[in-house]
Design a protein. Sequence first.
Lengths: 291, 273
Amino acid sequence: MTRSTAGLLFAGPALAAIGVFFVLPVAAALLLSLTDFDIYAVADPANLRFVGLANYARLLGDASFWNALGNTLYFAAVGGTLSVLVSLGGALLLEAPLARARGFFRTVYFLPVVTTLVAVAIVWRFLYHPRIGLLNRALETVGLPAVDWLGDPAFAMPAIIGLAIWKNFGWNLVIFAAGLQAIPERLYEAARLDGASGWQQLRHVTLPLLLPTTSFVVLMTAIGSLQLFAEPYVMTQGGPGDATRSLVLLMYEQGFRWWNLGHAAAIAFVLFAIVAAFTALARRLTREGSA
Amino acid sequence: MRRRALSTLTLAALLTLALFSLAPLLWMLSLSLMPAGEATALPPRLLPSAPTLAHYEALFARLPLARALGNSLLLASAATVLGLLSNSLAGYAFAKLHFRGRDALSRVLLAALVIPGQVAMLPLFLLVKELGLVNSYAGVLVPSLASIFGIFLVRQYVASIPDALLDAARLDGAGELRVFTAVVLPLCRPVLVTLGTFTFLGAWNDFLWPLVVLGDEKLQPLPVALASLLGEHAPDVEILMAGAVLTVLPVVVLFIALQRYYLQGILAGSLRG
């Protein structure tokens, strides 16, 4: 067996699996988004018609699409920013010269990341409970009014953001911590010789040198946030009203609940276009960063 | 003096963040050990008055969670074995074996890495339905057969193995399969543990795809079983919390045991850029 044949044979199973179960479905989704594939077509493909860009055109005038897009961008902008800030703050703490028990704290901060969302959502729903939830009891003791976290359209998305930050901040914290460790100690020594305070060292040494890591983290977080689905699915089912219905949740409902697969595939490709734009931006930034 | 104060302050801040991380998990555990009705009593209790394991017994005796636990173990293990097998073979091939179209394929894969998985989901479901795999373990496992992330993770690691080592084995008369099993795989152990942990945890925590594919309660893994428990039967809070603990505990233990490898996987992924 030549090396080239072996290469094809070894790579073959994985490539075949990715081709059939990923690339093919993605291509099919693109085609699907150009058809009126619905429950009748599921029953009998003869009912399928090519409709061109009609599904996309329909999205433009569809209030539920714009609402879902707005919710998704709200989550990505507010939740993403807060999440990155918590991760950065945590990493700075963890890598502070005076920090102790770093390994222990890193493990603890990371634990929520590996937990099963459906399971932790159960306790978070209970934490947010208007009457017996710990959060409202805590608000009460400091004299603030109780909030119907998951039942009030104004508070439901912030509540989802709270859960998402708790669940995910450890991931970016680990990346930030590695970025901080890569900053040479001699730069801090030089800064101290010049009389720089701790705050000045942070502003003029740490943060500038951490910039490539930060832009990577920000963009990956944005890309991940745009795919928001499971949190609202298990916490609110998209409600109250439409307050937490994200793009992917809308796609899921249109596709798997109402079987409007053409319509759902168009939503998926709008999401893809947004994610692709962010990724292109990320690639450009990392290239500039490394150049 | 000032240094001491700063050190105490740092520790206090680290502990506060640790409390934020742990409090929901500890509260979940505490609620699951409370006697029936105590979780919803007012004022709320932080700790059980008399810890009991009754709700865990109920999970197994009255509710189908033992079967769900078995399904979860089976599905996550199968996904891990299948993924390790295909991704390590492909990762090695992409790193060390020059086959036709390799560089073009590798560019295509890198580009495909950007596509969110949800895009493929609807047609994938139709495909799985067409293959008659709806309501089967095989249908759930189909997306785990190979992963682009896994291939690149292994490729990056294998690239650091010197060619001379592989050539020496070939000179000794080893065939290509033997070179892979006897030389490459043993050297790859760390990255295989990394990939295996990622795959296992990912499969264990996966919710959406099993939910879509498995309508049959007998086949559902823990997250899906837990969600349907939550939706329809609405049992007592203490029992729900016991179910949540049962779902989370295995992955938490696995992560603590293998975290060194797991965290390396994140960093490898983030350096790829």
